[in-house]
Design a protein around this ligand. Structure first.
Ligand SMILES: [Zn+2]
Length: 68
């Protein structure tokens, strides 16, 4: 019998980690919104979803569809 049973622990990553959301105010329309990063931590203006789309029409990073 082979002794080397590859008992590698399964790749168990959490399905979808809930990101912490930060309260922010849209720099364009002034609406309150939530962003997955700390507002102005990176010096970038924060936009609500609608405005964000205008400014970042296509972002490949987050592949989730729009929620509405
Ligand atoms: Zn806005």
């Amino acid at each position: 019998m082979a002794y080397g049973d590859n008992d590698r622990s399964r790749d168990r990553r959490p399905p979808r980690q809930q990101r912490e959301m930060f309260d922010a105010v849209c720099a364009d329309c002034g609406a309150a919104c939530k962003v997955p990063f700390k507002p102005s931590a990176n010096g970038k203006p924060v936009y609500c979803k609608d405005c964000y789309k205008k400014y970042a029409p296509e972002k490949k990073r987050d592949n989730r569809r729009s929620l509405f």
